[in-house]
Design a protein around this ligand. Structure first.
Ligand code: PAN
Ligand code: ZN
Length: 192
């Protein structure tokens, strides 16, 4: 996540419209599948998707609140519907550099919040109006398990920081694949 340096001098009013769009002039980060190397189980299918148009997997719209100590930044993430060889589109996933908790609120679509503390994995079903709490030290990733965009609000301490390397090396323990019942969670195979 980019650090937004300009600190708002005034309290902030942010409008969340019924379809989940947040009204803020802050920048939007776009993550294409080419930026998610090494994260999907099927590396060959990932290569094919990159070659076949490199689709956008998710976007993150931040707010003008800076990622610095004492501040409480917020952002919305929108994960588009799709799969890589049956594995649902998802965020990179990260651990907070400083052990800080975080709150997610589902805004639209259906998804899941996958958490991993290095030994145990947990899955929280997310939908509009559902709050997911991420305790400190738990790595976390979001997954769109539906057919519409899945969007959620995230609120986290400005000093949290984001470590993506740990998830690359350790994964999240589980992977979400399409199934007849909607989705199923499978244990991750050994990471390369
Ligand atoms: C979220 C995430 C956002 C994108 O705001 O940063 O959903 O996911 P990745 O950062 O894993 O690409 C959050 O958890 N912030 O701490
Ligand atoms: Zn986080």
């Amino acid at each position: 996540m980019p650090t937004v340096l300009e600190c708002p001098p005034e309290p902030l009013r942010v409008v969340v419209s019924p379809d989940g769009m947040v009204d803020t002039a802050a920048p939007t980060l776009v993550r294409r599948i080419s930026e998610l190397e090494g994260l999907y189980e099927d590396g060959q299918a990932w290569t094919q998707l990159v070659a076949a148009g490199d689709p956008v997997v998710y976007t993150v719209q931040s707010s003008p609140v800076p990622e610095v100590e004492h501040e409480l930044p917020l952002s919305t993430t929108t994960i588009l519907p799709g799969t890589c060889a049956g594995e649902f589109f998802m965020t990179k996933g990260h651990q907070h550099v400083n052990p800080e908790g975080e709150i997610y609120l589902g805004l639209s679509g259906v998804g899941g919040l996958l958490l991993f503390d290095g030994g145990t994995s947990r899955w929280i079903d997310m939908a509009p109006g559902v709050i997911g709490y991420i305790p400190p030290v738990w790595a976390h990733r979001s997954v769109n398990v539906g057919t519409e965009p899945y969007r959620f609000l995230a609120v986290y301490p400005g000093r949290a920081g984001h470590d993506y390397q740990w998830v690359l090396g350790n994964g999240l323990g589980l992977r979400a694949f399409g199934a007849r019942s909607g989705f199923e969670l499978r244990p991750q195979r050994a990471l390369r």
